[in-house]
Design a protein around this ligand. Structure first.
Ligand code: MG
Length: 380
């Protein structure tokens, strides 16, 4: 179990839940970072009394510094501030809950400082999976996934020996539009896309869940985290979100992890691992569980998942280009500037137009990321 944590991205959905879990389990919050939501950040800073807070936005950082001038909190800003929070000597674990490729550099810095990484930033593995996993192995930094599916797989693999895994069964609810045809999704509004049936999440990831791009990003992440090939991962649609993912072992045994759909659970495990602690979350009530059902993913009407699986096979910067293009397109959709089905068009267009190359340096990865963003900004 960890003693003190740095939360990168503390004002987002995962960041706020992490702070609550830390409070419940008695884990000290040593550092917080946020982009620019300084009102909430100040509230959190006064409550958790971290020694260091970084505000990514330089202007917001100045305002924040004035706001907490009566406290002993040190304030940093920009990428430098994020990296300082990620490498703070007094924290033994860094929760990477920032969204987007801004999380890459601080995560690599935290790995080099041999912190436990409670990984909630998708771009880290989607864009730089090979590099991140290799560096973590080299220095001996632990990576414990926070995403519910990867946490489930991680738990199912605890105590398993090398060579026992046959395949990963990555489950997903299918999102709010499961069963619909692509043509019927043309006029979907942001409000409809962010209303997820089972999980309460931020707007961007909710849209990704509805297009199944989120499952696609998780597919790429699972490949890196568990050192498997795309052929070793099967996506299984399970609308009730009670099973959070499964593994099939070589003898045909399937092990599943079940629980209520609450992100607090995988967050808590990432902090208490390898221990288990009582939690504040609801427990499963089997008398109230409806039938658990399973179906094949609909790749034809939800082409984002097929695209992500293709990009996973291509490797290199292909998943990064796809993910960056998707991110810009989703934000355009949320602002009402782009139709729902155009999100896929933007992602596939970026992969075809920007192309992909070997992801052998952070500079190459960040350049691909930027090229994909520019492509969508200019063409959609
Ligand atoms: Mg997930």
């Amino acid at each position: 179990m960890v003693n003190a944590i740095s939360i990168l991205g503390c004002t987002g959905s995962i960041g706020r839940q992490t702070a609550a879990v830390a409070e419940h389990t008695g884990i000290r919050v040593a550092a917080l970072t946020a982009n620019r939501k300084i009102d909430l950040l100040e509230e959190q800073a006064r409550r958790f009394k971290p020694e260091f807070v970084a505000v990514y936005d330089e202007e917001a950082a100045k305002l924040f510094k004035v706001a907490v001038a009566d406290t002993a909190i040190r304030v940093g800003s920009g990428m430098e501030g994020l990296i300082e929070a990620a490498t703070l000597a007094s924290a033994d674990c860094v929760v990477t809950a920032v969204s987007g490729s801004v999380g890459l550099k601080p995560t690599l810095a935290a790995i080099d400082a041999r912190k436990r990484i409670a990984l909630a930033n998708k771009e880290t593995l989607v864009c730089a999976g090979d590099m991140v996993m290799a560096r973590a192995a080299e220095v001996g930094a632990e990576i414990v996934p926070v995403d519910s599916e990867h946490s489930a797989i991680f738990q199912c693999l605890m105590g398993r020996g090398e060579g026992e895994l046959h395949k990963i069964l990555l489950t997903g609810s299918g999102g709010p539009f499961r069963g619909r045809k692509r043509e019927a999704l043309e006029d979907i509004t942001p409000a409809q896309a962010v209303a997820h049936p089972n999980w309460s999440m931020g707007a961007k990831i909710s849209v990704d869940s509805s297009t199944l791009m989120n499952k696609g990003l998780e597919f790429v992440e699972a490949m890196h985290l568990f050192h498997v090939t795309p052929d070793d991962i099967q996506v299984v649609i399970h609308p009730q979100s009670v099973i959070h993912s499964m593994v099939e072992l070589v003898d045909g045994t399937v092990i599943a992890q079940l629980g209520v759909p609450d992100m607090g659970l995988p967050i808590q495990l990432a902090l208490t691992y390898p221990e288990r602690r009582p939690s504040l979350f609801e427990h499963l009530d089997f008398w109230k569980l409806r039938d658990l059902s399973f179906e094949e993913p609909d790749l034809e009407n939800f082409p984002c998942l097929a695209l992500a699986m293709d990009c996973a096979r291509r490797g290199g910067t292909a998943p990064c280009v796809m993910s960056a293009a998707n991110e810009v397109a989703v934000h355009k959709f949320l602002r009402g500037e782009l139709g729902y089905n155009r999100i896929y068009d933007a992602a596939v267009g970026a992969v075809e137009t920007v192309g992909w190359t070997k992801a052998d340096s952070l500079e190459t990865i960040l350049a691909s990321d930027e090229a994909a963003r520019a492509y969508v900004r200019e063409n959609f």
